[in-house]
Structures are given as C-alpha cells and as structure tokens.
Design a protein around this ligand. Structure first.
Ligand code: CU
Length: 74
C-alpha cells in the first residue's frame, strides 16, 4: 500500500516528555506507520497509509495532546 507523509510544525514541545506525548498520540491513529518528532525545531513527520488520515485529524490529535500546530514543514 502506498504511503504518504504529513509534515507539521508543532510549537511548545520543550522536552523529551513533550516529544513522546506527541509521538504517541499520532502513532495511535489507525493507518499511521511511523512518526518522527524533532524536538529542536518542532518538525513532525507522520508516515501513514495513503488517505488514512487527514491533516485536520493530525492537527486535532496534537491539539488534544496539548500542543498547537503552527504550520506546515515542507
Ligand atoms: Cu516537555
């Protein structure tokens, strides 16, 4: 199955705990195969099955975990 990457810029992550929260929240979504979070820049790269998740869903999950998404990373 084809995969796609969603890249988000998340603000407010300040430590390993934050990084872990965001990573776990996104990995819990069905169809998500891997999540990479770069703490220093707030860059989040979500790999998911094509069409499995929308950007809006990802933004909502990150928001529920307590962090605002401030934009896209290309
Ligand atoms: Cu933290």
């Amino acid at each position: 199955m084809a995969t796609e990457h969603h890249k988000l810029k998340v603000s407010g992550m300040s430590c390993e705990h934050c990084r872990c929260r965001v990573q776990r929240a996104l990995e819990a979504l069905p169809g998500v195969s891997s999540v990479e979070v770069e703490l220093s820049t707030g860059a989040v790269d979500v790999e998911a099955n094509e069409g499995a998740v929308t950007r809006e869903q990802l933004v909502a999950e990150v928001g529920k975990a307590g962090y605002p998404v401030t934009g896209d990373v290309s």
